[in-house]
Design a binder for this molecule. Structure first.
Ligand SMILES: Cc1ncc(COP(=O)(O)O)c(C=O)c1O
Length: 392
């Protein structure tokens, strides 16, 4: 008899038409899908790798929440952003993805539901499924600067246990509006849900005076978990370190932390040299985060300038993060447009449907590529759209 496999994994794992085309084309000269910060020519400060060689990394002293010095250093990063975080309410994980898994196991039984924003980061749905948790969505309105559509929140299924918010969102770059924050928090409080705030891009404000928006860390009206990690805040995904900050009513936080610690203890997944080196790693990588922010801001400015003279294309102005959404005319479906750009113009972009953007007419660009690659790629993209409009 054949073995049966779990339904936690999608039945078909064949590469999509787009993935197959990428594999066929090979190296793409203007890759505007690049979100790996280690591949875009941004220097790795020497202090980062040096911190990993600290002799403290030679001894194994398992601590499920992570070493206190690491948690204090993370709390100081929040203090710099204006949020008061208690290091005792912090748990280290190996990645934000792992943090999601810990929280699903903490909050939901198989078949329970987590609410996810749409459009947003697509991996969350897979992560939930891997833990036996179902997802339902609440909508962000493209015509209202991605504000929450309250009716979609009100229609949450009965088995909903938690809601996720991504702040700033990926790919729209939208910050959670203060009134939407109140709506989310009050809904969670009234319905007995926990709130999970994915804030991996919080320290990349793209507008104004460079100040980050207010974090959900410290939110005390409902049980709240704020997620952050080195992968984005320092552009160091290869180090595998992230964290969960718990806040809310004291009794709920205490119970949640005790249980989270139990989950973390079952895996002890954070590497000792990374956890011990975290204070130095955070300090050493400040210039790297600044360089990433400068890159994203420069590319966004170039994109907005280029689009200003092509009225058919509009930039859905992001508030923060590493990505940006473009609205393009619906002359061909998004997948066809993306394939044409790839095969005929040497430009890679993501179609909006990968992030559940509504209907056709959306492209998603990473703001991380080198400036010259980015602006040449944008020029080719716009030229292609203009040609399609002319030929229509
Ligand atoms: C919104 C968001 N959350 C979480 C992650 C995953 O982060 P990590 O590398 O810490 O698992 C990503 C990665 O792209 C992301 O975009």
């Amino acid at each position: 008899m054949d073995v049966t496999f779990s339904h936690r994994i999608p039945e078909h794992l064949r590469p999509s038409r787009l993935a197959a085309a990428r594999a066929r084309v090979g190296r793409v000269p203007f890759d505007l899908t690049e979100t790996n910060p280690t591949r875009v020519g941004i220097a790795l400060p020497g202090g980062v790798l040096a911190a990993l060689a600290d002799p403290r990394g030679a001894t194994y002293r398992p601590e499920p929440r992570g070493p206190r010095a690491a948690r204090e250093a993370i709390a100081s990063e929040y203090a710099a952003l204006g949020s008061d975080v208690d290091p005792d309410r912090l748990v280290l994980t190996a990645s934000t993805s792992e943090a999601y898994g810990f929280l699903f196991r903490l909050l939901a039984d198989p078949g329970d539901v987590v609410l996810v924003p749409t459009p947003s980061y697509p991996l969350v749905e897979h992560l939930a499924r891997l833990d036996g948790v179902a997802t339902a969505s609440f909508a962000l309105d493209p015509d209202a600067a991605w504000r929450i559509e309250p009716s979609s929140l009100a229609m949450a299924p009965e088995r909903t246990r938690s809601a996720i918010v991504v702040h700033p969102n990926n790919p729209t770059g939208s910050h959670v509006h203060p009134a939407d924050r109140d709506l989310l928090v009050e809904t969670c409080r009234d319905r007995g849900w926990a709130l999970i705030a994915d804030e991996v891009f919080l320290s990349y404000p793209l507008r104004g005076d460079g100040r980050s928006p207010t974090s959900f860390a410290g939110e005390d009206r409902c049980l709240t978990f704020s997620l952050g990690g080195l992968s984005k805040s320092c552009g160091l995904p290869q180090l595998k370190a992230a964290w969960i900050v718990a806040s809310g009513p004291d009794d709920e936080v205490a119970t949640a932390l005790e249980r989270l610690e139990w989950i973390a203890d079952a895996a002890l997944s954070v590497s000792t040299p990374v956890a011990e080196g975290l204070p130095e790693i955070l300090a050493a990588s400040r210039s790297r985060s600044e360089a990433i922010l400068a890159r994203c801001r420069a590319n966004l400015t170039a994109l907005e300038a280029a689009c200003r003279v092509v009225p058919e294309v509009t930039v859905s102005a992001p508030d923060g993060g590493w990505s940006c959404v473009l609205r393009v005319p619906r002359l061909v479906d998004d997948e066809q447009l993306v394939l044409t750009l790839l095969e005929d113009d040497g430009v890679a972009v993501q179609p909006g449907y990968l992030f559940d953007l509504p209907g056709d007419g959306w492209l998603v660009l990473s703001l991380l590529p080198r400036e010259a690659t980015f602006s040449d790629g944008v020029e080719r993209l716009l030229a292609r759209v203009e040609r399609l409009v002319r030929d229509a």
